[in-house]
Design a protein around this ligand. Sequence first.
Ligand code: FMN
Length: 209
Amino acid sequence: MSTARTLRRFTDEPVDDATLRRCLQAATWAPSGANAQAWRFIVLRSPEQRAVVARAAAHALSVIEPVYGMRRPAPDDRSPRARNDRATYELHDRAGEFTSVLFTQKRFPTASELLLGGSIFPAMQNFLLAARAQGLGACPTSWASYDGEPLLREAVGVPADWMLAGHVVVGWPRGRHGPLRRRPLREAVAVDHWDRGWDQNTDAAVADG
Ligand SMILES: Cc1cc2nc3c(=O)[nH]c(=O)nc-3n(C[C@H](O)[C@H](O)[C@H](O)COP(=O)(O)O)c2cc1C
């Protein structure tokens, strides 16, 4: 998990069925509310569906660019920001060349979308971890959101009562990738009360003897 970076630069080598199948199998081992498993994972790899994915990626990029203040970096810019942006542009520009998987979840009128998300995102994470375990690179994307959602819905024939929960691109990694960077644990955890940090709690326990 601590090395499961989001990867965006891939070789031209296609992802073989056996590797992809193991990722999809791992996705089915995830928990879901009432064990409903009301999910369907759609592999997008025909030239026609890849063309739709490429259009969805272009839409998403046009939304993301202003939000993150992204611009295509100058070729001689070697800064970490430029390297990351370059990889992001490469993924979006080459979106039509890769296999990807659309994660869908059936709607249930009694459950909120967030609660339903809790039944599909563990499957997506299992998929990502299985990809990492096999040396496969993966990038979750927002391409099934924004204007890409109707495009993908139509192309795949997703029924109206199913939600597009997520979309993941997979490929064999190219180049080197730095370490995963995350905020320290203490910023993420509280104990018993919103304001009571984990470290604070540990210190108190020590002081109490
Ligand atoms: C819900 C979600 C949507 C994302 N959408 C995009 C996207 O549209 N394009 C992209 O390049 N990366 C996308 N990402 C990748 C994130 O930017 C990436 O996982 C995050 O920056 C952490 O990167 P790291 O694992 O390399 O540290 C998305 C990730 C998630 C979880």
